[in-house]
Design a protein around this ligand. Structure first.
Ligand code: GRF
Length: 189
């Protein structure tokens, strides 16, 4: 599939996907990077990889870009905007996201980034992890594609949890795309 990766921050997940494509961990090709944040370091990562990279929060413009680059699937990688019907309808069942918790725990509106790890720490969870899932109109409610847990019992603060969970994210995101590709392939008799 031709993929667009949407970011808003550091872009370490984008970097994991750029390297996953290079290392043939999946067959899809990243043809577009879109950042909602003009200061996102991930913009540099996209441009350094030679991928057309744009900045916008306007979903009509974003849809035009996806059409221009013939995007077949959208990958949310630390994207902090809520995706609306402008994209959800034309890309129904073609958008995936990575969330830094063991969904359905610690998901839903307002649960993103450090807020997730702070809650997990507050509740003295033994395990956390990451989840790759389909995106629907229900925030973090779509079908799960892949989830991996990690023992965080020796983490002394939410930051340490975030660092551990990020390693899981970088590991499962390319695998999640490979699973997603297989489920998207039309079976040819
Ligand atoms: C990651 O923790 C991701 O799970 C969450 O936002 C963070 C983005 O990190 N959605 P990065 O921009 O990929 O480094």
């Amino acid at each position: 599939m031709r993929l667009a990766v949407f970011i808003s921050g550091g872009g370490t997940n984008l970097q994991a996907l750029i390297e996953g494509e290079r290392d043939h961990l999946f067959r899809s090709k990243i043809v577009l990077v879109l950042s909602s944040n003009p200061n996102a370091y991930g913009i540099k990562r996209g441009r350094n990889a030679g991928i057309p990279t744009f900045i916008s929060k306007n979903e009509e413009k974003i849809l035009d870009l996806c059409n221009y680059y013939k995007v077949e699937g959208i990958v949310l990688a630390g994207y902090l905007q809520i995706v609306t019907n402008t994209l959800l309808i034309p890309y129904k069942n073609k958008i995936i996201n990575i969330h830094p918790s063991l969904l359905p725990k610690y998901g839903g509106l307002g649960m993103y980034g450090m807020k997730v790890h702070e809650k997990v720490f507050e509740n003295k969870e033994r395990y956390s992890g990451a989840t790759v899932h389909m995106v629907t109109e229900e925030v973090d409610g779509g079908k799960m594609i892949l989830q991996e847990a990690i023992d965080i019992s020796n983490c002394k603060n939410p930051k340490e949890i975030q660092e551990k969970v990020l390693t899981v994210e970088h590991n499962i995101f390319p695998k999640g795309i490979k699973i997603w590709e297989a489920s998207n392939e039309t079976c040819i008799d």
